[in-house]
Design a binder for this molecule. Structure first.
Ligand code: FMN
Length: 161
């Protein structure tokens, strides 16, 4: 799948079969994340790959569908870095596209993490000075959702707004 096809077809998937994901595919996805652009090339990130279902279940809290993910990738950022949020977002988007290109569903969980950050940091052993920014569940999708996007004509401007 080329990058345009991955961008076009990526959607947030919230229903997984529960199948495990091969380690090399998880490495490819994280590799896409660590190759993202970052302010001043600080690369202020770490990625925790979680395949142990006893931990994934604890990360699922109120969202039961997360339990069916084959793996979870936690994006840990260093807030000392000036552009940490933008850098983290770039890494997450790269990983969503890589997961899509490999045929997996994924989802950007950030609002969900914010509500549970301290508990999840403790569970995952994240140092207190770091931020747990996003969780990315990755799994074999039960279905591929569609979601309407604004048409290009509505958002594109040439030369001036
Ligand atoms: C910053 C950000 C935070 C998000 N947080 C959550 C979340 O906590 N839970 C969730 O289910 N989806 C979350 N999403 C996914 C969005 O709901 C989803 O991207 C949006 O509805 C558009 O759908 P699509 O991803 O299928 O294009 C988040 C997405 C972004 C970019």
């Amino acid at each position: 799948m080329d990058v345009f096809e991955a961008i076009r077809t990526r959607r947030s998937v919230r229903a997984f079969t529960g199948e495990a994901i091969p380690r090399e595919d998880l490495e490819k996805i994280v590799d896409a994340g660590r190759l993202a652009a970052s302010g001043s090339n600080k690369q202020p990130w770490d990625f925790i790959v979680i395949t142990d279902h006893t931990i994934i279940e604890q990360l699922a809290t109120t969202s039961q569908w997360i339990e069916q993910a084959g793996a979870m990738i936690a994006v840990v950022m260093d807030p000392e870095s000036r552009w940490w949020m933008e850098d983290g977002a770039a890494a997450v988007q790269n990983m969503l596209l890589a997961a899509t290109a490999l045929g997996y569903g994924s989802c950007w969980l950030e609002g969900y993490v914010l509500r549970n950050e301290e508990a999840f940091k403790t569970l995952l052993g994240v140092p207190p000075e770091k931020r747990l920014m996003v969780l990315v569940p990755v799994g074999v999708p039960v279905e591929w959702p569609t979601k309407e996007k604004k048409p290009l004509e509505e958002v594109i401007h040439w030369e001036r707004y």
